[in-house]
Design a protein. Structure first.
Length: 278
């Protein structure tokens, strides 16, 4: 007699719905930003990029909380980030203030797109070897927020992007280059969100939300602009002597102070003992 029961040890096929649904929402927001900028609705385009950032922050956390991480989800999220935080901000900036600048305009937009792609590829390749407390280079969502905040603020104050085209192009290029730099940016992943805090801390958080809600465009642009400037400051303060590889290169870890300390400790260990032996 043969046993009629068959055990299927192969993994179930399919994808997890909830985290990939959030990733799709971010992808849609990025695509909507592109379409809105093509129709001259730059404020809506900028807001859509910030909405994509919210979806991008939720999908990974939801996947970890519900234990629905997958390789498909990781790759899908990376493709979504490329559109929402690479292509979309570049095209929004191009349609707002770079279109009339000829080659300089579309080259500035392309530099941003290329740097976003390189930033995402480097992040995925070095995911297991980098220091989780810091990002190596400006994160692509933060770079996209700077471009979106600039366009949003300009739209509110009825600034014609064509009149400040070279300034828009310069900021787009610099923001793109910061993504592929070796400057250290705090990831805030070491914060303990489950820890107890004082009542004053909660009050400060409420006040921050109130201020952002009152002037969202200016506050978001200012916050992310200051964050972008914090990378060079943090890196310069963490090294004794600033070198080229601290600014740009292919090093796997941007924690230069710890790396330098480890090298010094290794030299001390390998130094011969000059004390006389009995």
């Amino acid at each position: 007699m043969t046993d009629s029961k068959h055990t299927d040890s192969s993994p179930r096929k399919g994808i997890y719905l909830l985290p990939n649904l959030l990733t799709t929402g971010g992808l849609f927001a990025g695509f909507f930003a592109i379409v809105s900028s093509m129709n001259g609705r730059f404020e809506a385009a900028a807001v859509a990029i910030f909405i994509a950032m919210i979806f991008d922050g939720l999908d990974g956390r939801v996947a970890r909380l519900t234990n629905t991480q997958s390789e498909f989800g990781a790759q899908y999220d990376s493709m979504s980030d490329m559109l929402s935080f690479g292509v979309a901000p570049a095209l929004v900036a191009y349609n707002w203030g770079l279109a009339d600048l000829g080659k300089f305009g579309w080259l500035a937009a392309f530099i941003f797109v290329a740097c976003a792609a390189l930033r995402l590829a480097r992040f995925n390749a070095n995911l297991s070897v980098t220091d989780g407390r810091f990002f190596q280079g400006l994160a692509s969502p933060a770079a996209a927020a700077i471009i979106a905040g600039m366009v949003w603020t300009g739209s509110i104050y009825e600034v014609d992007g064509d009149n400040i085209g070279y300034l828009v192009g310069l900021l787009t290029i610099i923001t793109g280059l910061l993504m592929v730099s070796n400057f250290r940016y705090h990831s805030f992943k070491d914060l303990n969100w489950r820890d107890r805090v004082s009542f004053l801390t909660i009050l400060c958080v409420v006040l921050v939300f109130v201020v952002i809600a009152a002037r969202p465009a200016e506050m978001l642009f200012g916050i992310f602009f200051i964050y972008a400037c914090s990378g060079p400051v943090t890196t310069i303060r963490s090294v004794r002597k600033l070198k080229l590889e601290h600014v740009v290169g292919d090093t796997n870890d941007a924690d230069f102070a710890d790396e330098l300390q480890e090298r010094n400790d290794a030299v001390k260990v390998n130094e011969p003992d000059n004390e006389p032996r009995s």
